[in-house]
Write a protein that binds this ligand. Sequence first.
Ligand code: ADE
Length: 232
Amino acid sequence: MIVGVMGAMPEEIDPLLKRLENVRKHEVADNTYYTALYGSLDLVVAYSKIGKVFSALTAATMIERFGVRKMLFSGVAGAIHPDLGIGDLVAATKLCQHDLDITAFGHPYGYVPEGKVYLEADPHLLGIADEVARTKGVKLRHGIVATGDQFVADPRRKEWIGRTFQADALEMEGAAVAVVCDAMDVPFFILRAISDAADMDAGFDFDTFLHTSSAKSADFIFSMLDVLDQAQ
Ligand code: ADE
């Protein structure tokens, strides 16, 4: 099975690449894709660059050019839910675009005609994540993840996103990957480890915790790859 593993930033995928052997590099559409065998799995790994457009391009390229049939995303997020602390893991059950706004035409936030406000992650992959969390003895929270082309460092914006979408965490790529995978019938799973609380300290906290939280997320994704490999 060909499995895609994406991040947005080098820091999010470096911990994964470090654990792979005989990695090959491919340059496509101004980005670098890494392929490697992991047990019975054919992996395609890449960081997209930050934001919805770059992450949609990477997801579509992985599916169309590399034949990816399951998509996993590993990275960091800002917390909305007060119970979420730095390093906590959130598995997205549903994702939405908090910056998509044609409310001037009477539509709800996050909606455009023929689209969906919420995209649902694959229940089977969520089940594998629960199994991994149990085996590793780590806490995994299921939650709604809101995506937008903004680094949120403002308690009022964060509160609005939480209230409008019942979102637990926010980031800048998940829903874009979800839209592409949903349209192309590729099951997807988006994992985020908290790096900040999307508040006034978010910029500082993000820089401080990017590496450790990225590593936590990548380590969890690696364990999911082990389960997928053994299930083959
Ligand atoms: N990813 C991690 N923290 C974030 C924040 N505060 N805003 C947007 N994306 C993020």
